[in-house]
Design a protein around this ligand. Sequence first.
Ligand code: TRP
Length: 485
Amino acid sequence: MMEKTGSKRGVFSGHLGYILATAGSAVGLGNIWRFPYLAAKYGGGIFLLTYLVLALFFGYTLMVSETAIGRMTGKSPVGAFRALSMARRTADLTAKGSAKATAKATAKATAKGSKNGWQAGGWINAIIPMLILPYYSVIGGWVAKYLFEYILGHVSEAAEDGYFTSFISSPLGAWGWFMIFALMTVLVIALGVENGVERVSRIMMPGLVVLAVVMAVYSMTRPGAAAGIRYFLVPDLSHFSWMTVVAALGQMFYSLSIAMGILITYGSYMKKDVNIENSVHHVIFFDSGIAILSGLMIIPAVFAFSGGKPDALAQGPSLMFVTMPKIFESMSGGRFVGILFFVLVLFAALTSAISLAETCASTFEDELKWSRKKATTVVALIVAVLGSLSSLGFGPLFGVTPLGMSILDFFDFLTNSLMMPVAAFVICIFAVYVVGVRKISEEVHLSSRFRFEGMYRICLKYIAPFFVMVILLSSIANVLGIITI
Ligand code: TRP
């Protein structure tokens, strides 16, 4: 997938290489676990519609910008922000013209702060994965635990009401499984075998798609499931609330791995002749496809097995772990299907976790000049501390509820609803005022036409930054209790 070239930086082998890597990072627990529970909670069809519109306009705009910035500079986020802001400053200072113009440019550059000002923009992108990885590993641990239970053949136990809750609230159980998952991730990185894992997951991924199709068909044909299909696919305005938009935007960032530096890094590995626009579209279609498939697997089953009552739909993070076991219990051979399902999900989770950990470690290596070993150790420590908090938040730390949420939900909210909108806003402003839309468009034109350039410009300059800010402010106001959305 990645070839080492003469220069130090690896490059993707082409269009397919880029898409596979980006889709590999995009498809993970976000699609299978997070998307269905949000869709169930925030309005079904209307959530799906909102999500797709956001992905096609905002997701597309941000992905093209990040990828182009990465490819232009050949650097990961902090370095890319630094290089481009310095280039801009030099251009300002040497701009031909009167002394007055030069003085003005200097003042402008000074007003922008030292080079560290924009570097901070790179850092906020780089910090987000460090906050996501710990709680991602907690969910990865849940997946590993369920896999283990199906291997032992505990099919009906896993489907019992209350099973999931008692598992996550048992102090040692859930924490132990979190540590197992986190150790697997760190081990893969420490041993440098992530390429091996990625190669295996390239076989697993199609397997997951096939199994998800089978499961979705099974789930959709259960008695009572039709209402669920309707709920998920047919937009109903009466289910719409402002939270639908807030949740859909957060999910879009999360699922497409936007606003966290990943795409800048991947763009830096991309060859100059790969069509940026097409690649971005392919990733969006693929990622959304898997999310929809997971929705069709889980939401009709909620209606078939739990009647689709509001509290069944609003379960949140536990939805997949409560619903899927009920499906497996109802089918013959449920034990083996369960094993297969959780193995495949575990792989999707593991590859995403590895890629998250890689990004964190390489930021430390590149920017703080740490050794690989030190970087990996620090990442492992961050994961151990923050992940333990998230995991124990359902047990011994039950009473600790920052902003009224469980600790895991708090980290999820902090990254997806607060930090990512800020990071996305910074990227828009950076792309427009520092890099310049013209330079981005030149970068896209290096390999192809830029079919949606008009839409891209309008979205980047006007709609995206404004909208992202409105969302951010409204979710802050909501949390502070100033408004209720
Ligand atoms: N997009 C991934 C998912 O849907 C999660 C994720 C977020 C991720 N940021 C990432 C994966 C960075 C790899 C790298 O599950």
